[in-house]
Design a protein around this ligand. Sequence first.
Ligand code: ADP
Ligand code: MG
Length: 542
Amino acid sequence: YQGLAGRSTNEVLQLYAAHGQQMKFQRSSIVTQLHGAIKKRLKQDLKSLRSFALELSKDFQRQSKTCLYQVLAAVQGIQLQNEAMQMFQIKAFDLEQSLQEVTERYEKEKQKRKALHNSLIELRGNIRVHCRIRPLLPFDDAAGHSVSQDRQRNLSEKAAYAADDETVLVKCSRPGHASVNKTFQFERVYNDLESQDAVFADVAPLLTSLLDGYNVCIMAYGQTGSGKTYTMLGPQLEGNLAFAIEEESELGIIPRATQEVFRLISEKPPGSYWVEVSVVEVYNNEIFDLLAKDSYGKVLGVKRDVITTREGKSDVPLLTHETVENASEFLLLVKKGLQLRVTHPTLVHAHSSRSHLVVTLTITTVVFGDNFGTLWEDEQTSQKLNKEASCTFPQKIRDSKSTSSSRASSPVQLEATEKMKQVKTRLQLVDLAGSECVGMSGVTGAALRETSFINRSLSALADVLGAIAEQRAHVPYRNSKLTHLLQDSVGGDAKLLVMLCISPGQKYLTESMQSLGFGTRARQVQRGQVKKKTFSVLSKGK
Ligand code: ADP
Ligand code: MG
């Protein structure tokens, strides 16, 4: 402004305009500069943004690629797994199938082995032993005397099991000792759930043998309350004697065997067979005929004796043999006989029977004609002969037999018009008295006497088996009436089945071990080959 002093207005205006223009110029150059800087900066930013975006997209691509790979790998993995799974499934299926095949083959082999074992038993004359373990029952819990509660609980536990259908497993545990497992092998072992049906299924083949000409004996052995009577007859038979036919599924071996025998006979030509029954009780070493009647027809238990015949067979002279035509007739007779069976309550079980019961079915087969070349097995010829003869003769036999009271009144006494062949086979069904030792039953007086007779007869049975097993020259059959009576079945040519009955409870351990020991020894007895009965020739003059 000092330079302006003294200058004209025009000049001032010119100067002012020039200054304005200069300022404008300066400003525009600053703006240009700024613009350039901003532009540069923006360019830079854009560039870095672009490279960032590029980087980002590259990164994204990389990541998505990895993801894709991962997904692909996962899908592939799943596919592989699926394939593997399918392979496994196929393998499992194959394995299952081969397991089934192996099981089937095993079952077949087992059956074959059993059949072979049975033939071996037959060839050696071995005694078959089956073992039945009954279920735990309410009376197993009943408190015994002087036993602490803890011990009581232990005592009502199971100690005997069926490990499989041929093995019994016994857990022997004593207080303060580690329990020891013992196993016993038998021809067949029934667990506590197996029915009367299952038991009889294994007995039935013996009845076919019976009609094929073999003697058969089935005896139940075991302590009181172990299920002998249940197995042989059925439940509650002794109590109210109502082993009603309605309870078919509960029937024991004796009624079923009779039904089966009559069924088998019904398949044979009519009249060629007939069946007689005797019911005997061995009590205090005496034999009682439970079918003997007095002159009024009342059934009495008449004492009989057992003798050895000249042929070396045991026989009970004067023993009542009743002819029966069907199973119900038979059952009625057995029921009547059983009403006389001596029973005495012991501490073990209220319905314990203190005697041995022997029910015998004698089957006589008659064949007429001159053609005696027939073998028993020759079913066709035998049937032909039977048909020729069946119509008249057996009726005669029955008419004269129905009043008979002795085995001596066999067809030998009958008027035979032609030569005939006959064979008698015998089915003995035995319900032995309880095998427990005296101390266990806690009996005294008369009952103690009974028990000691029972013990003596059962040890006589064991002695007889021992003597046969050791092939001793003398077998002490006559040491007791029981062994004398059963001589032909035990030592002779009968197919013998011992049905061991076992109470599973811990408190019966000693008795169960005793029974299992008896069964094991019985199994080892070899008596030589079991013989088939052949026809004996009878004729008028004989
Ligand atoms: P035992 O004749 O050996 O003295 P029982 O046959 O009288 O013994 O059996 C004793 C009790 O056990 C009976 O009440 C009987 O019904 C029952 N019992 C035995 N065995 C069985 C079983 N397998 N299933 C069901 N109950 C049984
Ligand atoms: Mg009984």
